[in-house]
Design a protein around this ligand. Structure first.
Ligand SMILES: Cc1ncc(COP(=O)(O)O)c(C=O)c1O
Length: 433
C-alpha cells in the first residue's frame, strides 16, 4: 500500500486498518472480505442512479472499442456535440452553452476564468475580484481554494488569489437547529454582500460571486429561505455575475433536477460534475448564458481562439458516452422524481435521530442530510470519525466532515434502505463515547 499517496485521507491511519471496496451493484458495495455495504453517500455524491448500471456500462464499453480518444482543440467528435445538446436541454432554462472539463475543481476554476474573461472582452477589465463564502467548497485548484472558504484547505497554501473576499457562511444553529428543509432565518446574511463587501471593494471591481446553493462538503449547510434570491438581486443591481456550483446539488440530489430550479434562482454560470456521468468516467461542465458565449465570440478576431482555456480531456469520448447514457437513464427511470418522492420519508427518518446522544443539529433537503454531533472537547472531528468507522463496520458507508455525518445515498434508494441507513446511524450513536 506504500505507493498510493491517498487524497484527503489520513494515509498512515488508513493503511494501518484499510477499508477496501472491490465491487458494486445498485445501492451496495462489496468490500474485500465479501461484506455487503450500503452506499449511504453515492460514492462521493456522484453515483445518483446507483452502481454499475448496464446502459452506462455498455455505452462506455462500446465507445472505448470504437474511438478511444479524440482531441477537441481545433478538432471535434460527434459525441461531444450530442452530449452538450443533451445537457443543455435538461439544464435550467437559459444556461445553454456547455464547456466541458474533467472534474468539479476544474469546473470551478473554469467558471471563475470565464467570469473574469467575460468582463474583459466587454471592455470592463477592472472587474477582477471574486467573492466566495466561508465554508464553501469549490474543489482544490487555486481558484477554487481561494474562493472556497475551508480554513484547513487554505492554510497549507498561503498563496491564494489576492483578489478574493468572502461572505459569511449561513449556518446558524442558535436560530435554526433541527430545521426541516430550508431554515427560516438568515436571508439577511446575503445583505452583507452589498453592505459590507461591495462597499469595501467598490462594486465596479467585482467580477463574480460564487456559492454552492447548498454547501455539501462542509457539513450540509442548507440556504435560509430567500437567501439566494437576495444574492441574485444584489448581483443584478451591480452587474456582477452569479455563479452556482452545482457539483453536488445537480442531477436530482435535492429532490429536483437542479438547485437553481428548486430555489427559483437562475445563475449566470453554473458548474456541475459528479452525477454528470453517474461517477463512471471523470467529467465536469460549466454552463453559461448565451450572452456570455456571444461576448467572447464578438470580441475575438475572425479565426482567433476566443477563450484560451481547455483540457486535453475536455469532452473525452468515453465521458461523453457515459454522460449521454446517464442523462437518458435519469429521464427514463424518472430518477429525480423518485428522489423527490422519497425525500419526505428520508427527512422523517433523519429527524428521528433527534434526542440521541451527542446530536446537536440535523439538517436535510432532498436526499441529503447532515447530522451534527457535539465535538469532544479538544478533539474536534474525533467523534464524527469514530461514528463513520462504526457505521462502516456495521455495513453502512456514510461520510464525516469534522463532527458532521453526511448522508447522500444514490437516488434510487427505497424505504427499507432508508431505514437501514438511519437505523444503523442510530445504533452507532447509542454506543458512541
Ligand atoms: C461543490 C463542489 N465543488 C467542487 C468540487 C470538486 O469536485 P472534484 O473533486 O471533482 O474536483 C466538489 C467535490 O466534492 C464539490 O462538492
Amino acid at each position: 500500500m506504500d505507493a498510493f499517496w491517498m487524497p484527503f485521507t489520513a494515509n498512515r491511519q488508513f493503511k494501518s486498518a484499510p477499508r477496501l471496496l472491490v465491487s458494486a451493484d445498485g445501492m451496495y458495495y462489496r468490500d474485500d472480505a465479501g461484506r455487503q455495504v450500503l452506499d449511504g453517500t453515492a460514492g462521493l455524491w456522484c453515483v445518483n442512479a446507483g452502481h454499475n448500471r448496464q446502459p452506462i456500462v455498455e455505452a462506455v464499453q462500446r465507445q472505448v472499442a470504437t474511438m478511444d480518444f479524440a482531441p477537441t482543440f481545433q478538432m471535434g467528435h460527434p459525441l461531444g456535440f450530442e452530449a452538450a445538446e443533451k445537457l443543455a436541454a435538461m439544464a435550467p432554462t437559459g444556461l445553454s452553452k456547455v464547456f466541458y472539463v474533467n472534474s468539479g475543481s476544474e469546473a470551478a476554476d473554469t467558471a471563475l476564468k470565464m467570469a473574469i474573461g467575460y468582463h474583459r472582452v466587454r471592455g470592463d477589465a477592472a472587474r477582477v475580484k471574486l467573492i466566495g463564502r466561508e465554508r464553501g467548497y469549490h474543489g482544490v485548484n487555486f481558484g477554487g481554494v481561494s474562493v472556497g472558504g475551508i480554513a484547513g484547505n487554505r492554510k497549507m497554501f498561503p498563496v491564494a488569489l489576492p483578489t478574493v473576499d468572502h461572505l459569511r457562511h449561513t449556518l446558524d444553529i442558535a436560530r435554526n437547529a433541527f430545521s426541516r428543509g430550508e431554515p427560516e432565518y438568515g436571508a439577511e446574511w446575503a445583505d452583507e454582500l452589498e453592505n459590507r463587501l461591495l462597499t469595501l471593494h467598490d462594486p465596479s471591481t467585482v467580477a463574480a460571486v460564487m456559492v454552492e446553493p447548498m454547501a455539501g462538503s462542509t457539513g450540509v449547510l442548507i440556504p435560509p429561505k430567500g437567501y439566494l434570491k437576495r444574492l441574485r438581486e444584489i448581483c443584478d443591481k451591480y452587474g456582477i455575475l452569479l455563479i452556482f456550483d452545482e457539483v453536488i446539488t445537480g442531477f436530482g440530489r435535492l429532490g429536483q433536477d437542479w438547485a437553481s430550479n428548486k430555489f427559483g434562482v437562475l445563475p449566470d454560470i453554473m458548474t456541475c460534475a459528479k452525477g454528470l456521468t453517474n461517477g463512471t468516467v471523470p467529467m465536469g461542465a460549466v454552463l453559461a448564458k448565451p450572452a456570455i458565449y456571444e461576448a467572447f465570440m464578438a470580441a475575438a478576431a475572425e479565426g482567433a481562439i476566443e477563450f484560451p482555456h481547455g483540457y486535453t480531456y475536455s469532452a473525452h469520448p468515453l465521458a461523453c458516452a457515459a454522460s449521454i447514457a446517464t442523462l437518458d437513464l435519469y429521464r427514463d427511470e424518472k430518477i429525480f422524481e423518485h428522489a423527490g418522492e422519497m425525500a419526505p420519508y428520508f427527512e422523517e427518518q433523519a429527524h428521528a435521530l433527534k434526542g440521541l446522544p451527542f446530536v446537536k443539529d440535523i439538517r436535510n433537503l432532498g436526499l441529503v442530510a447532515g447530522i451534527e454531533l457535539e465535538s469532544r472537547p479538544g478533539a474536534v472531528g474525533k467523534r464524527g470519525f469514530e461514528a463513520f468507522v462504526q457505521c462502516w463496520e456495521r455495513g453502512v458507508m456514510v461520510r464525516c466532515t469534522g463532527d458532521v455525518l453526511a448522508v447522500s445515498p444514490p437516488l434510487i434508494i427505497n424505504r427499507q434502505q432508508v431505514e437501514q441507513l438511519f437505523g444503523t446511524i442510530a445504533d452507532v450513536l447509542r454506543t458512541l463515547q
